[in-house]
Each structure stands twice: as structure tokens, then as C-alpha cells.
Design a protein around this ligand. Structure first.
Ligand code: ADP
Length: 454
């Protein structure tokens, strides 16, 4: 799979995950919201019904009017019973009260028309006669109005609670009769709605937070995978390039060496008519040799053998080794070390570090040209060792500054654009950093390497 196709596949996966997790989280939130808000409503209605039941039973028990259910002909009990009814009708939000005897006949009702009637097919009444407190709630739908005992009921609120209260003597479970209350509890309804709104709000907020957190984690992981994959691919490319370079170098190094020695010999003996041409040969061979060194080094960075080395010595050796090159180019090179310390120890592979410095020096020579000046500096700062190679050459164009360390970036007609990439890779593998500085609009460039002090 190509890199592009792989990235697209990963993005599709992320998108699919985003949509699927959103759907699942919405379903969970809706399920939770519905369950919890239903539960909140039921709990509040139940609590209200129990308080009402206690009130109704106490009213009927306190003056003994409960006896009226069993003895409806007793005038004294009837008088007390009617007194109790006055308390019951005063219960707030009550629109109708039906009081049933054990034979399901209506003993008393706020609706005179149904007093004395029997309501046989009423499951809730049956349950209440069996001793159970029954609470029914909902909106007053047409079907609900169709219940015979609801006929003529006219309540303004569309939310409705119907409570069947079994009436018993204190300490007894034997039901004497049933009181049925129809309420349109405006305050309670508002309270239930408020509770349900809070439940829905917290379910939605919880779902949103869960989704955002989940998505954030997955997106972060996705980005890390992309980065690692890119790094891996780059590593593979570099390794392949290294192998290729090693075999190319092996095959052309020997012939190059013989070309060079022949040219040198010709120069010394003066047998070559044009000494300038011979100089050109050696320069070209030097350049090819430099490229080969760059390419071969790609293959060895990972196997670099690090030890504590003196950066100052390596810088000096590098300038000394390039003395011929500097002289041929007519460039003046100097190494300056800070006076405070003789030794600047860093953890590195001395050969690879020398190679990086040589590469930077080679670039500086090319950038300055005849009459130029290059300074190699080594100094120690707070916990850092700083190496720099500065020249007074043509400098770096602002547009190029960000591309210097990209593979194959070059502004030279015969350049390869791998020297700085390699330099960065080598220095970073030693735990250091490298950057370029060039005064805007001015001349000259500095390449600065920083190492943690050993
Ligand atoms: P190459 O030398 O083959 O072009 P490098 O990776 O070594 O490859 O350098 C990349 C580019 O960075 C060069 O082509 C040049 O534009 C720029 N560069 C490097 N060193 C200097 C310098 N000392 N002064 C100005 N530009 C430089």
C-alpha cells in the first residue's frame, strides 16, 4: 500500500470510528435519559401518593368514620363520614373523589351522578381492594376519558394522577373500602418536569464529554501512529539509500582513486599541457569523493559508536585536513576555542562528527569562494557545548531557510542535497541539535551544533 493510500485508509478509519462512536453514545444517552427520567417521575409520584394515603387514612381513622364502610345505615357514622369528606375535598389539586365500598358501589362522590353505581371492570380498583396502593398517571387521552368512572371529569391540566387508596384500620391489613382521588397536580408536575429536564441535560452533557474525550484520545493515537509510520518509512528509505550508496561507492571508489593519482602525477611531472585542467580533475574528484562519503554515511548512522570525545580537537583536525581544499579555493579558515576550557567533551562518534564538520566546511568553502573567510568555533555554555562553522559567503535566502535540512534540497547545479540531512540525522542521533543562521539581507551563514555537556 502506498503512503498516500495508507494515510487515506487511516483517515477513513478515524471517520468511521467518529461516526460509530457518536451513534453508540447517542443511543446510550437516550436510553439512560429515558430510564432515569421515567424513574424520577415514578419516585416522585409514588412519594406523593404515599403521603396522600397517610393523610386520607388518618382522617378516616381519627373520628372512627371508617366504620361507615361496613355500616352505611348508621346515622352517627354517616355524620362523621361526611365530616371527614370535608377534609378530603380540601386536598389541593383534587378534581374528583370517589369512595367505594367493598362491593364496588360508589358510597360517595364529588360527582352526584355516579353515587350508588357499580364499576365492575376496573383493574386498579380490584388491586386497591386487595390492599395495594395504586398510582396511575399520564395525559388525559381520549381512551382514558372513556373509563366509565371518569365520565364527566373536566380538568384543565392535561397531566393527570389517579390514586386508589385502600382504607384499613390501624395495624390491620383488612381493606374496608377504597378512596379514589383524581388530581391535576400543577406544582408536582412542574417539579417532575424540572427533575426530568435535569436528567436529560446531564445525560446529554455526559454523552458529549464522553464523545469528545474518546475522540480526542483516538485522534491523538491516530496522529502518533501516522508520525511513527512516516518515521518508519523514512528510516526504511534511508536504509535502502544507504545500501545503494554503499554498493555504488564500492564500485567507483577505486577507479576514482587512480584518476586522482594520475592527475596528481601529471601535475607534478608537468606532462599534462594544461595544468588548470588537471586542477579541475582533482577538484571534481574531491567533489565526487565528498558525495560518496555523504551517501555511505547514511548506512552507518544507526550503528554509530558513541563515546566521550573532545569536540575542539575534532574541529581542529577537520580544518587541518581541509587545509589543501581551503588553499586551492583561496579561502582563509580559522578555529577559535573559548579561553575558559581546553577540552569540550561531547558524547559522539568521532568519525561521524568529523564527517559532519567536513561537510559543513565544504559547503562554507563553496559559499564563500576566493578571498572568503571561515571560522570554526567551539565553546561551552550552561550545560551545553556549542560548535559553529561561520562564513562570510553569499548567505541563505529567506525562502530557502526552511528547506535546508530537507532531503535533496540544493541550490547548486551539481549539488545532491543530502549533506545537511545527514548532518542533522547524525547530530540528533548523538542527542544534539543543528540549525542554520543567516542575517536577513546580509552576507554569510552560520551552522550551529549544540550538544549536552558530558
Ligand atoms: P548540497 O551541498 O549538495 O547542495 P547540502 O545538503 O549540503 O547539499 O546543502 C543544501 C543547501 O544548503 C545548499 O544547496 C545551499 O543552498 C545551502 N547551504 C548549505 N551551506 C551553506 C552555506 N554555508 N552558505 C549558504 N548556503 C548554504
Amino acid at each position: 500500500m502506498s503512503m498516500l493510500a495508507w494515510r487515506e485508509h487511516q483517515s477513513n478509519l478515524l471517520l468511521r470510528f467518529g461516526v460509530a462512536s457518536l451513534v453508540v453514545i447517542i443511543l446510550i444517552a437516550v436510553g439512560n435519559g429515558a430510564l432515569l427520567s421515567g424513574y424520577v417521575g415514578r419516585i416522585m409520584l409514588d412519594r406523593e401518593a404515599r403521603v396522600t394515603m397517610e393523610f386520607v387514612q388518618n382522617v378516616l381513622r381519627s373520628d372512627g368514620s371508617i366504620g361507615y364502610f361496613a355500616d352505611a345505615r348508621n346515622a352517627e357514622l354517616e355524620r362523621r363520614f361526611r365530616g371527614s369528606i370535608e377534609h378530603l375535598v380540601a386536598i389541593p389539586d383534587t378534581h374528583r373523589i370517589n369512595i367505594y365500598a367493598l362491593d364496588r358501589s360508589v358510597l360517595w362522590s364529588t360527582d352526584q351522578a355516579i353515587i350508588g353505581k357499580h364499576f365492575v371492570a376496573n383493574a386498579e380498583l380490584d388491586e386497591a381492594l386487595g390492599g395495594k396502593l395504586v398510582v396511575e398517571s399520564g395525559t388525559i387521552a381520549a381512551a382514558y376519558r372513556e373509563k366509565p368512572e371518569h365520565m364527566g371529569l373536566n380538568v384543565s391540566s392535561d397531566y393527570f394522577v389517579e390514586t386508589y387508596i385502600p382504607i384499613t384500620y390501624a395495624g390491620s391489613s383488612q381493606v374496608q373500602g377504597v378512596v379514589e382521588l383524581y388530581k391535576a397536580p400543577v406544582a408536582l408536575t412542574e417539579l417532575i418536569r424540572q427533575g426530568q429536564r435535569s436528567v436529560w441535560l446531564s445525560a446529554c452533557l455526559g454523552a458529549l464529554m464522553l464523545y469528545l474525550t474518546l475522540f480526542w484520545i483516538v485522534r491523538k493515537a491516530h496522529r502518533r501512529i501516522l508520525q511513527q509510520h512516516t518515521r518508519l518509512r523514512r528510516g526504511e528509505t534511508m536504509a535502502a539509500l544507504g545500501e545503494l550508496a554503499a554498493s555504488v561507492a564500492h564500485n567507483i571508489r577505486n577507479p576514482l582513486a587512480s584518476i586522482r593519482s594520475t592527475a596528481e602525477l601529471a601535475l607534478e611531472l608537468g606532462t599534462l599541457s594544461d595544468a588548470v585542467a588537471a586542477g579541475d580533475i582533482t577538484q571534481s574528484v574531491d567533489r565526487i569523493e565528498g558525495w560518496l562519503r555523504d551517501m555511505v554515511s547514511f548506512g552507518y548512522v544507526d550503528a554509530a559508536h558513541q563515546q566521550s570525545v573532545d569536540a575542539g580537537t575534532i574541529m581542529q583536525e577537520c580544518f587541518a585536513a581541509a587545509a589543501g581544499e581551503l588553499a586551492r579555493a583561496g579561502v582563509h579558515g580559522d578555529v577559535v576555542k573559548d579561553a575558559q576550557s581546553d577540552v569540550h567533551l561531547v558524547l559522539a562518534d568521532s568519525q561521524l562528527l568529523a564527517h559532519v564538520l567536513h561537510s559543513l566546511l565544504g559547503n562554507a568553502i563553496e559559499a564563500t569562494g576566493r578571498g572568503g573567510r571561515i571560522i570554526g568555533q567551539v565553546s561551552a555554555g550552561v550545560g551545553r557545548v556549542r560548535l559553529s562553522i561561520s562564513d562570510n559567503g553569499r548567505g541563505i535566502a529567506p525562502a530557502d531557510a526552511g528547506k535546508l535540512f530537507s532531503l535533496f534540497f540544493t541550490t547548486k547545479p551539481k549539488g545532491m542535497g543530502i549533506g545537511l540531512v545527514l548532518a542533522k540525522r547524525v547530530i540528533e542521533s548523538f542527542g544534539g541539535s543543528i540549525r542554520a543562521e543567516s542575517p536577513a539581507g546580509g552576507t554569510g551563514a552560520s551552522f550551529i551544533i549544540e550538544f549536552p555537556e558530558v
